[in-house]
Unconditional design. Structure first.
Length: 170
């Protein structure tokens, strides 16, 4: 049996992981709104606070809604950026005022303070894929709960969702 856990859009996912913003210091609010990153007109510092995405989140179903929210909040394009690695994004969040898009479980593991993002509920989706559909279904069934716990998923999507993989000829 061969299979892999792959990132997919939430509507195709067996597991969904909610994302929010992690910071090195407690933001003191229940929800972080991107417009709070907008600098006042009198602020002439060239470097604005940023939201860092890890390469895993540099996918259209995560990046594009966040980019639209950034634009609606009146932030500069560079204020939502993709980091070279998870380590780089974490370092930026821990070292200063920047934020990192992450799951609550990642934030705990990395020592960040996690808050939901106002105006958007980004989600990572995961699915098992295999060369044979039955292998993917078997892996998802046998290991589904354990995989969900490891990912920090909200809950496993019902089993009637088709698994990714090649279909056997009928």
């Amino acid at each position: 049996m061969r299979g892999a856990l792959v990132g997919v859009p939430p509507d195709e996912a067996a597991w969904r992981v909610p994302l929010g913003l992690g910071s090195g210091t407690d933001p003191g609010v229940e929800v972080i709104h991107l417009e709070t990153l907008r600098a006042p007109r009198a602020d002439r510092r060239p470097r604005r606070r940023r939201v860092w995405l890890s390469p895993e989140d540099d996918v259209p179903h995560v990046r594009d809604p966040l980019t639209r929210l950034r634009d609606a909040a009146g932030l500069q394009p560079a204020q939502v950026a993709v980091s070279a690695s998870l380590v780089d994004a974490t370092a930026e969040a821990l070292a200063g005022a920047d934020l990192m898009l992450c799951s609550p479980a990642e934030a705990r593991e990395l020592g960040l303070h996690w808050r939901p993002l106002g105006g958007l509920r980004p989600v990572r989706g995961y699915q098992v894929t295999a060369g044979v559909r039955e292998d993917a279904e078997r892996l998802r069934g046998l290991l589904g709960a354990a995989i969900g716990r490891c990912l920090g998923a909200e809950e496993q999507v019902p089993e009637d969702r088709p698994a990714h993989g090649r279909r056997e000829p009928t």
